[in-house]
Design a protein around this ligand. Sequence first.
Ligand SMILES: [Zn+2]
Length: 64
Amino acid sequence: MHLVTVTILATLIAIGLLAVASYGVYFFAKGPRERPGYCRACGYNLRGNRSRTCPECGQRFLRP
Ligand SMILES: [Zn+2]
């Protein structure tokens, strides 16, 4: 293999790993807060709540 080919392949693999890593970090950071039925701000359980406002922290939400 040429050195240029190896460099290009290494760069592509590095970009791929970086993309996968950032995707994982994004989901890890975002995941727990975006659970349906729970407040986005504090994680309070909003099931059965129809006021559209979190009783725990006052955060407004569109869907209970
Ligand atoms: Zn809340």
